[in-house]
Design a protein around this ligand. Structure first.
Ligand code: SF4
Length: 223
């Protein structure tokens, strides 16, 4: 994903009581929120997240279903090779560059990590095509760490509502880490993404059916 920078005025940070109330409501509605990127193991999760930059989860899933059926380990991905990998993912934006990175990271995982995906942020971010956001998704979804990957949905929801306002994704990431009560940290990522994808949508947020409307600070709520 390109760098996201706020273009509209930000709400101020919501206080602790509002944050507790909001995440309690998210939890009641969806106790175990899941990401929508399909994967069958840690390696395919890394690949799926790397492929999802500037692409939708639905588009990535369409391409990876057949791919992961034949290449679900670094060794199998290397055996498939860059050309055939490109064939599988050519419907996804930037596929040439992404294919090159997936082959390179498969090689490193195969040669240096025994085919396993490392669980440290530094090791993950040293892989080609794996930035902080991808590493955070993998740390959160696979290794159960409260890492916050800020995507365009979280960025929008955070700034409108006051849950995690910030001028850029790094500030938003820190706002989540600093202000979301500890017991909600692990699932905060998915609750916020799903809220942004289905309720607090980009063009016209569905404030009329929003479960956290009473605490939201957005001044231009819709009916
Ligand atoms: S009330 Fe509207 S702007 Fe606020 S979080 Fe809900 S959908 Fe988004």
């Amino acid at each position: 994903m390109g760098r996201i920078v706020v273009q509209t005025p930000m709400a101020k940070q919501l206080d602790y009581h509002a944050m507790r109330a909001i995440f309690t409501r998210f939890q009641q509605a969806e106790p175990e929120p899941k990401g929508e990127l399909e994967h069958v193991n840690a390696f395919t999760l890394v690949v799926a997240v790397a492929l999802s930059a500037q692409a939708t989860d639905v588009g990535v899933n369409k391409a990876t279903r057949a791919l992961f059926a034949i290449a679900d380990t670094p060794a199998k991905m290397l055996a498939l090779g860059e050309e055939r990998l490109m064939d599988h993912i050519k419907t996804i934006g930037l596929f040439r560059n992404k294919a090159r990175n997936v082959i390179k990271l498969s090689q490193i995982l195969h040669e240096q990590y025994g085919g396993q995906v490392p669980s440290s942020r530094a090791a993950l971010q040293s892989l080609p095509g794996v930035g902080r956001k991808t590493a955070n998704v993998v740390l959160n979804m696979w290794f159960g760490q409260p890492a916050q990957a800020v995507d365009t949905h979280i960025f929008r929801v955070g700034n409108r509502s006051g849950i995690c306002p910030g001028r850029d994704v790094d500030v938003v990431e820190r706002a989540i880490e600093d202000n979301v009560p500890a017991e909600f940290q692990h699932h905060a990522h998915h609750w916020l993404i799903l809220h942004g994808r289905y309720i607090c949508v980009a063009r016209k947020p569905k404030c009329g059916i929003c479960p956290i409307r009473e605490w939201c600070l957005y001044e231009e709520k819709s009916e």
